[in-house]
Design a protein around this ligand. Structure first.
Ligand code: NI
Length: 254
């Protein structure tokens, strides 16, 4: 079944139908989902959601846009949470230079600290990196962040950058963007990367694939992403689903 490696179902946009929607996932061929922490609050909520459904796991971490008020106590708390049975990764963490805030130095500081938490606790990392390709790679290299594996979530860089992560044993997170007409660069990456190093993700409620672009996304729409990946790699849909599910289980050690 399809494994959604990255979703945000605790988002308010699911308040009205969250439970019904999640309970319908198996009917849509969705086997497992990882609910992603992106702030202190959403990390708490992710862990609670994973405790509620046997096919949902959680990651713990703070997204670069939300790091401004982090403290060392939060790092101790994150490390503690990784011991819980249904917590499978540290993330999403990283760098986002799209907006001017928070300042880049502060983003770097808390990216490094969270990489250290992952290293200490032996957890894979989920990396958010936007318009920050060089700094992300430099920091991961300097802080030996490759050891426990991980994924570059919503991969948006060139094939040249993709190769650097593949060499380090990382996975590329591929979602709705690959279905967009203007995603030539990403299509090239998917064509060239081995299927064994691709994982599927929604980033729900964001980044819905065509023909739902701009609407609320959910894991059942991954079927459209599977179609495009299968076409690009000239493989059967079933093969794409089977291999990416295996990859996700390896990544999260399930
Ligand atoms: Ni996300």
């Amino acid at each position: 079944m399809i494994f959604d490696t990255h979703a945000h179902y605790t988002d308010g946009r699911f308040d009205e139908d969250r439970d019904d929607l999640l309970r319908s996932m198996a009917e849509h061929g969705i086997g497992q989902i990882v609910e992603i922490g992106a702030s202190v609050q959403s990390t708490k909520d992710a862990v609670a959601l994973a405790d509620q459904y046997d096919f949902i796991y959680a990651s713990v971490g703070v997204h670069p846009e939300d790091i401004a008020r982090l403290t060392e106590e939060d790092m101790t708390w994150l490390a503690e949470l990784t011991k819980r049975e249904r917590v499978v990764a540290v993330g999403e963490i990283g760098l986002d230079y799209h907006y001017d805030e928070p300042p880049q130095d502060l983003q770097k500081k808390w990216f490094i600290r969270q990489l250290q938490v992952a290293a200490q606790t032996g957890m894979p990392v989920l990396i958010h990196s936007r318009e920050a390709a060089k700094d992300t790679l430099d920091i991961m290299e300097e802080h030996c962040a490759w050891e426990n594996g991980g994924v570059i979530h919503c991969f948006s860089y060139s094939w040249e950058i993709a190769q650097k992560y593949l060499e380090k044993g990382f996975y590329l997170g591929i979602g709705g963007v690959v279905t967009f007409k203007n995603s030539k660069k990403l299509k090239e990456v998917v064509e060239k990367a081995p299927l064994e190093r691709i994982v599927l993700e929604t980033d729900a409620p964001y980044l819905a694939p065509e023909p739902y672009r701009g609407k609320r996304n959910d894991s059942s729409y991954l079927t459209y992403v599977v179609d495009v990946v299968a076409e690009l790699k000239q493989l059967e849909r079933e093969e794409v689903i089977r291999v990416t599910e295996e990859n996700a289980k390896k990544l999260y050690r399930l």
